[in-house]
Design a protein around this ligand. Structure first.
Ligand SMILES: CC(C)(COP(=O)(O)OP(=O)(O)OC[C@H]1O[C@@H](n2cnc3c(N)ncnc32)[C@H](O)[C@@H]1OP(=O)(O)O)[C@@H](O)C(=O)NCCC(=O)NCCS
Length: 162
């Protein structure tokens, strides 16, 4: 018997994009906007732009790739060097959590280089857990991280508001 999965729920940026864009607008003193690109059946990439209307500058990117019904892989996170160190990784983490929840997932996973101290700190502060290093991957080693999606705050960070 052939079974098919119901169509994945579409993420609705309207629920979280204002908060995300306003964090970038505040940090850059220039209006930020969001662009969503569906890369393929499983992967969606989110871009944040700011700057002049006729020549917007890409200042951040993150992508989410569905692994199965319950799990989404977070990848390709990048913030422009000029906007780093302003807490924007937390704003993105909050947005990707919202997307994962909208898509009916219970867990986010990601890989992070073990020497990426800033990203590791940011993720651990927002409830991400290190599952372990991935064997056989050459240095710098890579941690596999996961983050469970709950409806109540589970981390010690005061920034968490989920
Ligand atoms: C990793 C990256 C996304 C972090 O984004 P960011 O907006 O600069 O990070 P934040 O400002 O939110 O800071 C995250 C944490 O690191 C700390 N931090 C930031 N810059 C720091 C620095 N230069 N030195 C020490 N700590 C720093 C912050 O205080 C914050 O800690 P907190 O959670 O206790 O508040 C960004 O640096 C980046 O795009 N790097 C290149 C691509 C990359 O590494 N992507 C991740 C792949 S897994």
């Amino acid at each position: 018997m052939i079974t098919t999965r119901a169509k994945d729920p579409e993420p609705d940026p309207n629920e979280w994009k204002d908060e995300l864009c306003s964090a970038f607008t505040k940090a850059s003193a220039s209006q930020a906007t969001l662009a969503v690109r569906v890369q393929d059946r499983l992967t969606t990439t989110f871009f944040i732009y700011n700057g002049p209307h006729n020549k917007p500058r890409r200042v951040a990117r993150f992508a989410l790739r569905r692994v199965n019904d319950a799990v989404i892989l977070s990848c390709h996170l990048w913030i422009a060097p000029s906007l780093r160190g302003k807490g924007l990784s937390h704003a993105i983490d909050k947005a990707r959590l919202a997307v994962a929840r909208q898509m009916g997932c219970t867990t986010l996973i990601a890989t992070v280089h073990t020497d990426n101290e800033i990203q590791l700190r940011a993720m651990r502060n927002r409830g991400w857990i290190t599952a372990g290093t991935i064997p056989g991957v050459k240095a710098p080693w890579i941690y596999l991280m996961y983050r469970q999606i709950t409806t109540t705050a589970t981390t010690k960070s005061s920034r968490v508001d989920i």
